[in-house]
Design a protein around this ligand. Structure first.
Ligand SMILES: CC(C)(COP(=O)(O)OP(=O)(O)OC[C@H]1O[C@@H](n2cnc3c(N)ncnc32)[C@H](O)[C@@H]1OP(=O)(O)O)[C@@H](O)C(=O)NCCC(=O)NCCS
Length: 170
């Protein structure tokens, strides 16, 4: 069972976080975003980005775009030294809370076929595999799974979020 850490907070990302976020991005992904990408995202009115802080250190981040009532989760990552502490879960909760507040009705994302840990995280939020894009990733030709979560404004989905939230304290 993963232990909930009382030292970790999840907050909106600010420009003062960008250096740390870029460092983390390079650490967590084989094809990190370009240097100005997160800066651009912070000025994108359709986007919401969050960071997880362990005390003052940025140890995780995630974000989504809201387009036509669909929340497109663009990225989520946790520093390797802090993985398995429910930080990914808490970032996903923050993103869903905000997306639902802003009227999102569905959510979508893409994930590497071999990334079973991320897929397991997404399953907890009701994401299912809707389709597959062959040879999608440029670094190794890996396939992408396209995953959707439906009816995220529904009572059933809110109950799912509540269950996930409660699991942090069990
Ligand atoms: C995917 C990632 C964000 C998960 O973050 P995390 O903080 O370690 O995850 P959590 O501790 O919140 O775990 C939540 C759930 O995710 C899944 N999960 C996380 N790590 C896992 C692992 N190593 N193996 C299998 N499932 C895992 C589990 O379902 C877990 O729930 P459980 O503890 O009840 O089994 C993290 O592994 C990461 O940053 N990976 C590199 C970047 C990446 O691949 N991002 C996703 C891009 S699509």
């Amino acid at each position: 069972m993963a232990v909930f850490s009382e030292h970790v907070s999840v907050e909106p990302m600010h420009s003062s976080d960008l250096d740390a976020v870029h460092r983390l991005d390079r650490l967590c992904f084989p094809t990190p975003w370009l240097d100005r990408a997160f800066q651009t995202e912070l000025s994108n009115r359709a986007a919401d980005y969050f960071v997880a802080r362990n005390n003052s250190d940025v140890v995780g981040y995630g974000g989504y775009w809201l387009i036509m009532e669909v929340a497109h989760f663009t990225t989520v990552a946790v520093h390797p030294c802090h993985q398995g502490r429910n930080i990914g879960l808490r970032l996903m909760l923050a993103m869903f809370d905000e997306a639902i507040l802003k009227g999102a009705k569905r959510a979508a994302l893409e994930v590497r076929e071999g990334n079973v840990s991320a897929q397991s995280l997404y399953h907890k939020f009701g994401f299912y595999q809707a389709s597959l894009r062959k040879n999608y990733y440029t670094d190794n030709g890996e396939n992408a799974l396209i995953m959707w979560a439906e009816a995220i404004q529904s009572t059933l989905f809110r109950q799912r979020l509540l269950n996930v939230r409660q699991s942090l304290y069990s």
